[in-house]
Design a protein around this ligand. Sequence first.
Ligand SMILES: [Zn+2]
Length: 419
Amino acid sequence: MRKLAFALFILTFLVLVFSVPVFDQDRVSDLDDSVTLEEKEPTLLYGMVVDDHVVIEDKVKRNQFLADILKEYNVPVKLINQVSALPRDVFDVRKIVPNKKFTVICSPDSVRTPKAFVYEPNAIDYIVLWFGDGLTVDACQREVKVVEKTISGVVNSSLSQTINEMGISHELTNKFVDIFAWQVDFQRLQRGDQFKLIYEELQVEGQPIGIRQINGIYFNHFGNGYYAIPYDQGNGLDYFDEEGNSLRKALLKYPIEFTRISSRYSGRRFHPVQKIYKPHLGTDFAAPTGTPIRSVGDGIVLEAGYKSNNGNYVKIRHNATYTTQYLHMSKIAPDVKPGTRVRQSQWIGNVGSTGLATGPHVCYRFWKNGVQVDALRVELPPSEPIIEEHKQMFSVRREEVIRQLQAIPSAFADTYASM
Ligand SMILES: [Zn+2]
């Protein structure tokens, strides 16, 4: 019965109804007032004037080697060999990845002589191979801008819907969930819960490429207001409530970024593989194979290896009280071995379905004083609050953050006024 009830509230939540970019005004419109010039500005691409050139953009295909691509665009064999012989730290041609973008710039003549080849392994880095009499290589980086943004939203529907429809980064939702993981049960958000969020987006050429950090949250859940105020006491950014209590616990609540819980801890459940009733002394988080698993806290690796039921697994002792274990990994991180020390959030392996598992998930097991308990129900001691010598500075920061959050127009009023 509990399982059925539980299934009913899997993935209830968040729709950001309203989004207010603060500093992200459309820069292009600023240029609209300028006089139209007769002469066209030269088009620059990767530092090269490409007017009257042929620019071809494509993506690396599966099993495609760089040499194949270069051959296709008539790069002379002599230059291809030089590219293949480049030192690995300049350009490792073996690390060309499918689906990454490349650009070929050719002369407009009938031969289409290749002038340059550009490979972009990520949004920031790009490598330019210039083909002249010889080969020249430039490893370049685009400028990354940090833009502070604010949003406000009302819980209405599912998390996946939020991410798809609002165009808001999954990364932001994960950070948000991580900060409040101990205050709010994200499986049980209710319609009408509302939030305001200040965050820093990383941008390259005006396009978002990631989230740097969250700079403040106000969250109203079941009519209770929660604040998250960032502050660094000298050992990294942490989040605190208005009183200066840490929102973080000694252990993270989830061993992977927030996902679907496919099976909860239970004294009796029908085992999907063995087809018998037996206790499930863990929490299963379903996630795609390869999803990184993190240690929920600092600790020492007790076991890291393979067993027929567990598959690849890691067991970590955090202190005299708490021990955790992570099962069915597709892969264990290479530096995670019995006796090694791990930090909270450190990558320890990837989600898989090794051992006794029907599909990819991590089975997360939790011991308190040597007894297996439900990780989602256990009460953990909080991390250190704001210490005496930081109290003054923290209260200044708190006032700033709260003022800034209050200035964000409420999505709630907006949504319900229009109904
Ligand atoms: Zn399990």
